[in-house]
Unconditional design. Structure first.
Length: 110
């Protein structure tokens, strides 16, 4: 049991200084995986509007919406991962990346 605990603490200690980068990579990957669905919903909502208005809305959604969503998701991941103790951080980060990989496989992203 002590070997598993020591391994988890070692991995967590190695990952702890990189929480911000880990959070950004998780948020960016989720936006990549689900950005097309979000874009499709927005396009469906504005399909009956005039071309110039649709264009303006899509520019705002892409420039501000995705940027804001990426910032908020990154911050949420950062806060959540920062709350974990030095034992749990490593296994949780590994689990999150495995989950994102499974979601990518499910969405046939590659």
């Amino acid at each position: 049991m002590s070997v598993v605990y020591d391994l988890c603490v070692s991995v967590s200690n190695a990952l702890h200084p990189h929480i911000a980068k880990i959070a950004l990579s998780l948020a960016a990957t989720l936006l990549f995986l689900y950005g097309q669905q979000i874009h499709g919903v927005v396009k469906g909502l504005i399909k009956d509007l005039h071309f110039l208005l649709r264009l303006l809305i899509l520019i705002v959604v892409c420039a501000l919406g995705y940027g804001t969503l990426g910032f908020v998701l990154t911050r949420l991941f950062e806060l959540g991962l920062g709350q974990l103790d030095r034992f749990a951080l490593g296994p949780v980060v590994i689990g999150l990346f495995l989950l994102v990989g499974l979601l990518a496989e499910r969405n046939k992203a590659m």
